[in-house]
Design a protein around this ligand. Structure first.
Ligand SMILES: Cc1cc2nc3c(=O)[nH]c(=O)nc-3n(C[C@H](O)[C@H](O)[C@H](O)COP(=O)(O)OP(=O)(O)OC[C@H]3O[C@@H](n4cnc5c(N)ncnc54)[C@H](O)[C@@H]3O)c2cc1C
Length: 249
């Protein structure tokens, strides 16, 4: 069941040149959510339009949630987060929403493909699986333009060191650096001959998700096992109308 709750900004951290992480503490009741779900964020005065943001952490006993917000030029809500929202302020969070969730009882290997703030729901899913003690193979391939855009490198390296079933691969698309380099759709056939087995989770911008899903399809991924979270551009203002098809990728 979805509901609306006030949360207070506990702290904010610039994670990459374009992404800010917000940690929010429930000011009243905490939303009950599943790893991979998203919420609508807006200011308490309703001065900015509510926008969808995936929760970037697995549920915690203290109810804290983290959001990774990419700066969008002239974007109303992302500019508010990046330029005006301050620690201690209250925001409104409603939800949770979405279908980008995992079956916690599954033993199927998982492949996560993501870029930018698309890592948010994936981080929540992997954190939940690892803390539940799952021993299924979990592989995260994260695409970034440059090394500076590789969010959470230390966290993922730490998970990899502690959990042999977790593998973290970053690929750079616009800078020199150690391999691998290049976009995920081009990289996948070099890493996998066949994707018939794993669950595949893909999250990020519409073009990214479409390109990765097409590449996974070409490698035999089972459609029912390909899960996508498309960060489509939302209608302005939210009217209940369906977003344009091209925005959905
Ligand atoms: C299910 C879901 C989950 C999402 N999760 C996240 C998340 O975890 N982190 C996150 O940062 N975003 C996420 N988004 C996207 C987010 O909801 C907003 O669309 C985004 O922050 C832009 O909102 P805005 O109000 O700042 O921009 P708007 O005021 O809506 O847009 C301003 C202008 O920028 C264009 N624009 C909007 N978004 C983009 C973009 N991404 N790239 C280029 N141009 C754009 C618009 O077409 C418009 O011209 C998610 C979207 C969905 C549907």
């Amino acid at each position: 069941m979805s509901c609306e709750e006030p949360y207070r900004v506990l702290y904010t951290e610039r994670r990459t040149p374009t992404i800010i992480e917000l940690w929010l503490r429930p000011a009243a009741g905490a939303l009950d959510y599943l790893p991979g779900e998203y919420v609508l964020l807006e200011d308490r005065d309703h001065a900015v339009p509510p926008r969808s943001y995936s929760i970037a952490n697995a549920p915690r006993p203290d109810g804290l949630i983290s959001l990774l917000v990419t700066s969008v030029p002239d974007g109303e809500t992302s500019s508010w987060v990046h330029e005006r929202l301050r620690v201690g302020e209250e925001v409104s969070i409603s939800g949770p929403y979405g279908t980008f969730v995992d079956d916690p009882t599954s033993t199927t290997p998982c492949l996560f493909l993501t870029a930018g703030s698309g890592v948010a729901p994936v981080r929540a899913l992997i954190e939940a699986a690892l803390s539940a003690g799952a021993d299924r193979s979990l592989t995260l391939i994260f695409s970034a333009r440059t090394e500076a855009d590789v969010i959470d490198r230390e966290r993922f390296a730490g998970w990899q060191a502690r959990h042999p079933q977790f593998r973290f691969i970053r690929t750079l698309t616009r800078a020199a650096g150690p391999p691998p380099r290049g976009r995920i759709p081009a990289l996948l056939p070099m890493l996998y001959q066949d994707l018939g087995d794993p669950d595949v989770f893909i999250a990020g911008a519409p073009g990214f998700v479409l390109a990765c899903a097409t590449a996974a399809d070409g490698l035999g991924a089972q459609r029912a096992r390909v899960h996508t979270e498309v960060f489509f551009v939302e209608p302005q203002p939210w009217s209940g109308a369906a977003p344009h098809a091209e925005d959905r990728g």
